[in-house]
Design a protein. Structure first.
Length: 320
């Protein structure tokens, strides 16, 4: 019975979207074009370099070494392994959906456990700083940009710490590995031979090739999600034609980048409040990253809703 109801709702949705696209063809074309432009001009420059670098670090086995740069700050707070701290660092530095992608890659490669991946996914997949400073703050400028930084990343890190010491307190504390005496060389190693250098260069080029292909696939998928979810605005635009302001307010819940562009500057509180959640498009992107891992999208959405409430409290204090 439930399956038939779900199928009926899907058919109704597809029929409504088809009718909306036929009845409002110029609007549909404009929404698709806007999403494509934002994807090309904003998302590719902001995300693709980070996608390539994060994939390359994992493929070359350098992720833990990179995480060691942040471990003096993050390890005392979270008491997690370097592989986990790498996911934290990349998730905060790179943004949607790179945080989810790195968590999934680390889990599938055996670098972190499923329990650790569940914790990390709950708070590490955030709006990236480049996206925040290069796009959001341009649309909704604040007298003090640090208010936005603290509201988005400070609350996410605080929530991660709360989860770590409550729901996920069973994860063992991972201490840094001490270098054994046997592992310390007595003398400087000989310079690598020419064949060794060639093998290293070949590994680097092979890893770069794989990282670029994987990242291009991910960024192209992201563009598809953006176009599809932005076109969903056809339905509220038609159904709420008598209340266009409400339809505009709902648009970031469908596709965050295009939705923010439609909001007036006076809706800064609403814009910053919705950033932790990211809208339906970010949920779909996250599912695309974790679908083969067994991680729960429902749990992820629940944690994002809590972070949205925390952000609303923070920005309500400063912008209310």
């Amino acid at each position: 019975m439930q399956k038939k109801l779900f199928r009926s709702l899907l058919l109704l949705f597809f029929a409504a979207m088809s009718a909306a696209m036929l009845l409002s063809a110029p609007a549909a074309l404009a929404l698709a074009s806007d999403a494509l432009t934002l994807w090309f001009s904003r998302m590719i420059p902001a995300l693709l370099p980070f996608m390539i670098l994060s994939s390359l670090l994992l493929l070359l086995g350098l992720s833990d070494s990179f995480a060691a740069l942040f471990s003096p700050l993050l390890r005392p707070l979270l008491r997690l392994s370097d592989s986990c701290l790498y996911c934290v660092a990349v998730g905060f530095l790179c943004g949607f959906p790179v945080g989810a992608k790195v968590c999934a890659q680390s889990l599938l490669s055996g670098k972190i456990s499923r329990r650790e991946a569940s914790l990390l996914l709950a708070f590490c997949n955030n709006i990236g700083p480049v996206y925040l400073t290069g796009y959001v703050l341009q649309l909704f400028p604040l007298p003090c940009p640090w208010v936005a930084v603290a509201g988005l990343y400070g609350t996410a890190l605080l929530y991660g710490c709360l989860l770590r010491y409550s729901v996920f307190r069973d994860i063992p504390f991972s201490r840094p590995k001490a270098l054994s005496a046997a592992a310390v060389p007595d003398a400087a190693p000989d310079a690598p031979s020419s064949p060794a250098l060639r093998r290293t260069a070949a590994n680097l080029l092979s890893g770069l090739h794989s990282a670029v292909l994987s990242s291009l696939s991910s960024i192209a998928t992201l563009g598809g999600y953006m176009i599809f979810c932005n076109m969903l605005n056809l339905l509220p635009d038609l159904l709420l034609s008598g209340r266009p302001a409400l339809a505009v307010l709902l648009s970031p819940l469908l596709e965050i980048t295009g939705g923010l562009a439609r909001l007036p500057a006076s809706e800064a509180f609403w814009a910053y409040t919705l950033l932790p959640f990211g809208g339906l498009s970010c949920l779909a992107q996250t599912y695309g990253c974790i679908r083969d891992t067994g991680l729960s999208l429902t749990d992820y959405a629940f944690h994002k809703l809590i972070q949205t409430v925390l952000a609303a409290a923070w920005f309500g204090l400063w912008l209310g």
